[in-house]
Every structure is written in C-alpha cells, then in structure tokens.
Ligand binder design. Structure first.
Ligand code: NAD
Ligand code: G3P
Length: 406
C-alpha cells in the first residue's frame, strides 16, 4: 500500500451501507488518489448456514440486505470493526443509530488522527440518562476527528438501482466536502454540499417521526389529502424545531433533498411508515373483532379490505430483503394462474353461447366450431402472452424499486 494513497472504509453493511459500498466501490476506481480496496465492516451473521462476510467476499453481493446488486471486487467484507478502520483516512459510517456508540467505543483507539468521518445514519443519539444529542457530535467527540453528514431522499433500493435522486452533504470544510462528493456522486446520484450540517442531520432524524404519523394515516385508510396535511404540518414542526435549537441556518436548507424531499419519500415509501401502517391495521382488526360481538356479517365486511391491505404491506416488507425473489415469483405465478383460469372460464362461456346460436345444421355447426375455436385460441394465446409480459415487467419493476413499489 502506498502511503500517499488515501484509504476509504465503510462501517455498516445493511440496506444503505451496501448501497453506499456499491457506489463508492465503483467510483473510487476512477481516482488515482485512493487505494482501490475498500474495507466494509459487516456485523457477522449466518445466512443459509454461511457467514455473511464469506458470502459477500465470494459472491460480491450482500444477499441479505441488498439482494440483486453486485459490488465491485475491490469491496472487501470484514467482520472485525478495528481491522476495517485501521489505516483508513475516510470512514463512511452507515450504521443504524443504536449501534453507533458501541462501534465507536470499539474502534476508538484505532482511528487515524488525520481521518474524517461521514455519518449516513438518520436518528438521534439518546443516552442512558435520556440526553438527546446529534450522532455526528457523539462520533466526533468519541473518535476525536471531524464528522460530516449525508442525508437526503434516498430509499436505498432505488439508489442502488440507479434511479435519479439527490443527497445533501453537511460540511463546512470545503476540501473534505469535495472529497465526499467525488466519492459518492454519479450521474444519477447528485450531491449538493451545504454548510448547515446540524440542521441537515436533524432533518434526517425528525422526518422519521412524521413518517410514523403518515403510517397512522395510511393504516386508518385515509387518503392522499390527509397525508399531504401530515407532511405539511410535519415540515412546519421540523422547521420550528430547527429554528429553536439550531438558529442561524439558511432557510433554503429545508428545500434541499435533506428537507422536503426526504420527508415526502419517507412518508410514501419508507419502512417506518410501512411498519406503523401494519400495526395500525392490526389494531383496526382488534377493534372490529371486539366491538359488535354478534354482528358477524358486518365484521367480515369490515375486515376484508383490512386483510387485503395487510397482505399488500406485508408482502412489501417481506420483499425488502432476501425473500424478495420468492415473493416476486409467487406474486407473478398467482397472477398468471388467475388470468389463465379467468380466460378459460370466459372462453368456455363464450363457446357455449356461440354453440347455441349456431345450432342450425351440422355444416354450419362444424364451420362455426372451427371459426370459434380459432378465435378462442387466438384470444387465449394473446392473453397469455400479454399476461406473461405483464408479469415480467412487474418483476423488473419490483427488482428495480424493491419494496418501494408497494
Ligand atoms: N435503508 C434505507 O433506505 C436508508 C436510506 C437512507 C438512510 N438510512 C439510514 O442508514 C442507517 C442504516 O440503515 P440500513 O437501512 O442500512 O440498515 P438495515 O436496517 O438494512 O440493517 C441493519 C444493519 O445493522 C446490522 N446490525 C445488526 N445488529 C448489529 C449490532 N449488534 N451491531 C452492529 N451492527 C448490527 C446488520 O448487520 C445490518 O447491517 C439508518 O440510520 C437509516 O436510517 C437508510
Ligand atoms: O425506510 P425509512 O423509513 O428508514 O427511510 C429510508 C430513507 O431514510 C429515505 O430517505
């Protein structure tokens, strides 16, 4: 390893961490100022009886947290956090907020004094005595190096699929900001650097609270108008919070990807909203079952749409991770079988009706039969081809958008 080349490490390898590894892994090969190898800390777990680090290093894919996307070969998984970060100049922290402090304590004395960190985690640090702090503050005070942030409307599966989106980097250090931008920006993932780092981070945490309200609204079956009101009021509260606790920021920061855009995407496609929505639906079922004990017909009527919604959202959640391929296959197969059954049924009805109409004599019967058979066969084949195409398109769509399609 050359002493002149800078080394990048990624700490965290969930849905977002793996997406960042995919982007940075490819981007870094364009520069001659960085070591090509990127170490990625992977919390070790067994997947189908194999270690996740081994799977990633052999198959170049995180089949649990980002299935269907390959890393470039320079991304190397490490189960040891200290091994991952030692010698690194730039550390990309993509951990769920609850593990940030533990990992910082573990790597504390192994981080280079000249290194800097970028935190991608959305959430607050809450100490045991219930003190709330910014994660970046905790990271930089524990590791004694600067910590910047990257937030934005970035549902990981979409970013990994390469659909267009933007992100906001919060940094008051021009040189470091440009390095981060260089490592992360692609034609489809546009990075904007802004100095209001604290507010940028706070917005990434607060939007999750609004997403919970959006989940209640969806679970109660309210429409898009209600959700728009939730988003508007939520944004107002977020602005108020920032004005109260972090005065002096530029008001336009709320119009960046980390502000209104992240709020919208989270309230429509985010996991927090989805989980709250399922819980609200479950509460609704409980409410219907326990009220009007004798009115069975009304209960069934009230529960049918709820059950469908639960199936819909649960399928969406299940399809986030490694089950998504099975889910897609199942979904497409059910669709095809249902379409085929419906086609056969309607063909049979039409055949019966037309046979009755054509029943004049044996010749016209035979002629009619062949015409009818030809028509039915043509219709049937067309419908099957159209259905298969639909199923394949759906599969492609789900693979591209992951769970966000739901
Ligand atoms: N997923 C997204 O779309 C997305 C987008 C933007 C930001 N974020 C933020 O990024 C952060 C990471 O989220 P994610 O979606 O990558 O996570 P995830 O929910 O997909 O994965 C959880 C990760 O935590 C690891 N883990 C489990 N137990 C652990 C432990 N004891 N110690 C250390 N690690 C452990 C798992 O191995 C896995 O890598 C969060 O703060 C999230 O808000 C997520
Ligand atoms: O799935 P969520 O709710 O954690 O949201 C994901 C990202 O933060 C959206 O930008």
């Amino acid at each position: 390893m050359s002493d002149l080349l800078k080394r990048v490490a990624i700490v965290g390898s969930g849905n977002w961490g793996s997406t960042i590894a995919k982007i940075v892994g490819t981007n870094i090969l364009k520069f001659n100022t960085f070591e090509n190898e990127i170490r990625m800390y992977v919390y070790e777990e067994l997947v189908d009886g194999r270690k996740l680090t081994e799977i990633i290093n052999q198959e170049h894919e995180n089949i649990k947290y980002l299935p269907g996307h390959k890393f470039s070969h320079n991304v190397v998984a490490y189960a040891d956090a200290v091994e991952t970060v030692k010698d690194a100049d730039i550390l990309l922290f993509v951990l769920p907020h609850q593990f940030v402090e533990i990992i910082c304590n573990a790597i504390k004395s192994h981080v280079k004094k000249t290194a800097f960190i970028v935190s991608f985690s959305k959430g607050f640090y809450v100490s045991q005595d219930k003190r709330v702090d910014l994660l970046s503050t905790v990271v930089s005070s524990l590791l004694e190096v600067p910590c910047y942030v990257l937030m934005g409307a970035n549902i990981a599966n979409e970013v990994a699929a390469g659909t267009f989106c933007e992100a906001t980097v919060g940094s008051r250090n021009y040189e470091h900001g440009q390095i981060v931008k260089g490592l992360l920006q692609t034609d489809e993932f546009r990075i904007v650097i802004k100095p209001d780092a604290e507010v940028i981070e706070v917005l990434g945490a607060l939007k999750n609270i609004v997403a919970v309200a959006a989940g209640f609204s969806d679970g109660l079956g309210y429409g898009d108008n209600t959700k728009a009101a939730v988003i508007r009021l939520g944004l107002k509260e977020m602005v108020k919070f920032c004005e109260e606790f972090f005065p002096g920021h530029h008001p336009h920061i709320f119009l960046e990807s980390c502000g209104v855009a992240d709020l919208v995407t989270t309230c429509y496609g985010g996991r927090n909203r989805k989980i709250v929505c399922i819980v609200t639906l479950a509460l609704h079922i409980h409410h219907v079952i326990t009220k009007d004990k004798d009115d069975i017909a009304h209960k069934i009527q009230a529960l049918i749409p709820t059950c469908f919604l639960i199936l819909y959202y649960t399928f969406g959640l299940v399809s986030i991770y490694r089950f998504h391929r099975v889910g897609i296959l199942l979904f497409a197969s059910i669709g095809i079988i249902l379409f085929m059954a419906a086609c056969l049924f309607f063909s049979w009805i039409i055949f019966l009706l037309v046979s009755l109409v054509l029943d004049h004599n044996i010749m016209s019967k035979m002629f009619g039969f062949f015409v009818l058979f030809g028509l039915l066969f043509g219709t049937f084949v067309t419908i099957v081809i159209a259905t298969l195409e639909l199923a394949f398109n759906l599969t492609k769509l789900i693979q591209m958008h992951g769970y966000t399609t739901f």
